[in-house]
Design a protein around this ligand. Structure first.
Ligand SMILES: [Zn+2]
Length: 72
């Protein structure tokens, strides 16, 4: 079961979603604002714990919320 990362088109927050079947993806909404607009980010599945090089974007951040990482 793949876990995808999305960036909300409304509030710009990043969230993860577990996609069990293709129809799940279109039904997935932002847990923060409930928005349907989202873009899929590259999954970092299996790379949790890898040290960040620093100064990067949140695209490679595996955190559940960006409040705990340095990308602001
Ligand atoms: Zn949102």
């Amino acid at each position: 079961m793949p876990i995808y990362e999305y960036r909300c088109g409304r509030c710009s927050r990043v969230f993860e979603a577990l996609i069990r079947k293709p129809s799940d993806e279109s039904e997935e909404v932002c847990p923060h604002c409930g928005g349907h607009e989202k873009e899929r980010l590259f999954s970092v599945f299996g790379m949790a714990g890898v040290e960040k090089a620093g100064g990067g974007s949140c695209g490679s951040c595996s955190s559940h919320n960006c409040g705990s990482c340095s990308c602001g």
